[in-house]
Design a protein around this ligand. Structure first.
Ligand code: AMP
Length: 283
């Protein structure tokens, strides 16, 4: 098992990064909010394919939670997270001291349009503002060569790609495939909120999504197939559906007239026994 280094201050983080750079190492970075599962660890493993050193961060970012969301109750499992990162060969974990990420007079915001509009933003209007500022700060702090983000949060990945291009940040963004459990449920820190019944229902999300994607591939109008899937989710017992949408793979623009005329992604957000789930797949 790798000897993982735990750093809690920006000074210590930069000190180690500079030391590594001085000896010719390259740095891969995986930002997380902790409560780690194998999906997060797959990002660390992917990082090793691109760079010689891997750095993870654990920070539950308050600015991406809206009032009433689960910021306070979000699972915090630092000891287990550090052990899991070490087992995946992570070289360093940065766990900023509470209060050290945003100064009292923090006054800068980043608002991204285009890919960050619609879908998630229709339901969580300030979410990507929170993601953009924390990712920009973490990338500035760590200064990695490569940063890895999961396709699980597909619109987030597209938004971060836009952010680093628009702000001329010298980092390569790599997307990682979605890690799923044996039943096809996308791994998520929030899956631990489920009881047995909730988990059984949640596992139907991927089944219905794959069936919908298959119909679209088979030539069914995507708007019609999406509307049918939405109804199937409700009939199956999901309490509400935020969206079942099809968007162009790279720009995330909607497909006109429901015609599958270019590479496209099926994106879904819904509520399952009090837990909001998102998932997506290539069509
Ligand atoms: P989070 O801790 O939920 O903010 O996630 C940290 C990173 O892990 C993000 O880039 C997520 O997209 C990624 N991630 C979370 N779940 C999965 C998964 N099931 N498969 C792949 N990546 C994931």
């Amino acid at each position: 098992m790798t000897q993982i280094k735990i750093v809690r201050t920006l000074r210590d983080l930069r000190g180690q990064i500079w030391e590594w750079r001085g000896s010719g190492e390259t740095i891969g970075f995986v930002p997380t909010m902790g409560a780690l599962h194998d999906g997060h660890l797959s990002l660390i493993r992917l990082s090793h394919k691109h760079t010689s050193k891997s750095v993870a961060s654990i920070f539950v970012n308050p600015t991406q939670f809206a009032p009433g969301e689960d910021f306070e109750s979000y699972p915090r499992t630092e000891e287990a997270d550090v052990a899991a990162l070490a087992s995946a060969g992570c070289d360093l974990v940065y766990i900023p001291e509470p209060g050290s990420m945003y100064e009292e007079n923090h006054s800068t915001s980043i608002h991204i349009t285009g890919v960050a509009e619609s879908l998630e933003t229709d339901h969580r209007p300030t979410f990507f503002d929170g993601v953009a500022i924390v990712v920009a700060k973490l990338l500035n702090r760590c200064a990695p060569d490569v940063a890895i983000f999961g396709e699980k949060d597909y619109q987030q990945l597209a938004t971060i790609r836009r952010l680093v291009i628009d702000l001329d940040m010298p980092v390569k963004i790599v997307g990682a495939p979605i890690a799923r459990d044996a039943h096809g449920l996308a791994l998520s820190s929030r899956n631990q909120y489920f009881d047995v019944e909730g988990l059984a229902l949640a596992r139907k999300l991927n089944v219905i999504m794959q069936d919908c994607a298959e119909k679209m591939r088979g030539g069914m109008n995507v708007d019609l197939a999406a509307a049918q899937a939405k109804q199937t989710f409700l009939d199956t017992g999901f309490e509400s559906v935020d969206y079942v949408s099809v968007a162009s793979t790279h720009s995330l623009t909607p497909l006109a007239g429901g015609i599958l005329d270019r590479p496209a992604r099926l994106l879904i957000a819904l509520h399952c026994k009090g837990v909001r789930l998102i998932d997506n797949c290539e069509i």
